[in-house]
Design a protein around this ligand. Structure first.
Ligand SMILES: NC(=O)c1ccc[n+]([C@@H]2O[C@H](COP(=O)([O-])OP(=O)(O)OC[C@H]3O[C@@H](n4cnc5c(N)ncnc54)[C@H](OP(=O)(O)O)[C@@H]3O)[C@@H](O)[C@H]2O)c1
Length: 378
């Protein structure tokens, strides 16, 4: 049986006070100071992950550093904390450790951490890419659009996950808009994409100006707070939010009933997985980055898999193949911690198409939308 550990961390101070209500009386800085002195700890044991071809057991382990601390503290401090947490994984008997959320973002995205540990390390980003693309494709299809007609914006386009999403979709979409913070990096990526393709590629460091141009958005930035607001979105837009913490503001849920926002990277896990912990996804499911670690353990493939910011298409295709082999699959559409029902989806699509028509934007024919509904069993 494969043995793994998956590293998590408190996304914010509120997630600590939700767990330990006595901490509510303390100011934010005091809670962060306490976290700074806590050693890494195991929070639960994971059992029941099983396919006809392999099994795995594991642990969730906590690196006690918030997202804000990851962004503010010196890199050597946060990388040291991640390595300490990796050593806990080793002591628990794990043969591969997955780096969750910002433990995978900090520094060189796992490379230094892997050099200092005796077990295999992965960020899980390869399977995250595969599932983000599959989820976005499914949502685009549901709305009745053809990928070849749409303008795709990727927010966080120069990052580990964003870059490979851009590379894998550049041959299929109509136009591309690359959004990030550093113009020079965006221009370099544009040059790489247009070198071998006839495609119009825009770059922008301004989310508010770039996104109203996009029909489909894959958002995967490492911003600590939401960066996509209701006024940034085109009617009928599809937004696949892969970032944790989320990039899409909660305000979008109440203010825009004409856009389809989906959480990227949530998958069903084969067997009867028991996390012994609320990981914020529906029963039997988990984040794709966690799933990548499980898949490597089920395969007993104890090698560093996804590290650094230059992912390859081959890595993504290979982990997707292994995931399908073991029965992992992308779940239906979820947004803001809630499963979208068929009637939610129909209402979004109807309103989205109406508002697009009103603004003189291309509206897909009803025929293609109905065909998808029949295909999806709706
Ligand atoms: N759903 C899942 O299963 C899953 C799995 C893994 C990771 N994630 C999440 O995915 C996100 C990205 O991970 P990553 O490993 O790709 O990170 P990364 O390599 O550090 O890339 C982050 C990207 O975001 C950009 N960015 C940061 N702040 C921004 C802002 N305010 N506006 C626009 N762009 C901004 C960065 O641009 P600059 O370089 O110009 O700053 C960079 O292009 C994180 O939130 C992570 O937690 C989710």
């Amino acid at each position: 049986m494969g043995q793994f550990a998956f590293m998590i961390h408190p996304l914010d101070v509120e997630s600590v006070t939700r767990q330990y209500s006595w901490a509510k009386i303390l100011p934010e800085r005091a809670i962060e100071a306490i976290l700074g002195r806590l050693p890494p700890f195991k929070v639960s044991t994971i059992t029941g992950i099983r396919s006809p071809y392999g099994e795995a057991d594991g642990h969730f382990i906590v690196c006690p550093v918030t997202t804000r601390q990851f962004l503010r503290l010196p890199e050597e401090t946060t990388v040291r904390r991640v390595v300490e947490t990796g050593r806990l994984a080793e002591r628990l008997g794990a043969r591969v450790v997955g780096l969750g959320a910002f433990t995978a973002v900090v520094g060189d995205a796992g490379k230094t951490v892997a050099e200092q540990l005796d077990i295999a390390v992965t960020t899980g980003n390869s399977y995250t890419v595969a599932t983000a693309i599959e989820g976005a494709r499914n949502a685009v299809e549901y709305m009745g659009y053809n990928l070849s007609d749409v303008t795709l914006a990727v927010v966080g386009a120069t990052g580990s996950i964003g870059r490979i999403c851009v590379q894998m979709l550049a041959d299929e979409v109509g136009d591309l808009v690359l959004v990030g913070r550093k113009e020079a990096d965006l221009e370099a990526l544009k040059e790489e994409i247009t070198r071998s393709r006839e495609i119009s590629v825009g770059v922008s460091t301004d989310v508010a100006r770039a996104l109203p141009e996009a029909d489909v958005i894959i958002t995967v930035s490492s911003a600590a707070d939401a960066i996509i607001e209701p006024e940034h979105l085109r009617p009928g837009a599809v937004v696949c939010d892969v970032a944790r913490p989320r990039d899409v503001s909660e305000r979008v849920a109440s203010a825009r009933d004409d856009v389809l926002v989906i959480e990227g990277g949530i998958v069903s896990v084969p067997g009867e997985p028991n996390w012994s912990l609320d990981i914020g996804t529906p029963r039997g499911t988990c984040m794709a980055c966690m799933a990548e670690t499980m898949i490597l353990a089920m395969e007993e493939r104890y090698e560093n898999y996804t590290l650094g910011r230059d992912l390859t298409v081959d890595q993504v295709v290979e982990i997707e193949r292994l995931a399908k082999h073991h029965g992992f699959s992308v779940t239906g559409f979820r947004a803001f911690d809630k499963q979208l029902s068929e009637s939610d989806l129909r209402a979004i699509r109807k309103r989205g198409h109406e508002n697009r028509r009103r603004m003189g934007l291309h509206v897909p024919s009803l025929d293609s939308a109905i065909a998808v509904e029949i295909d999806s069993g709706g």
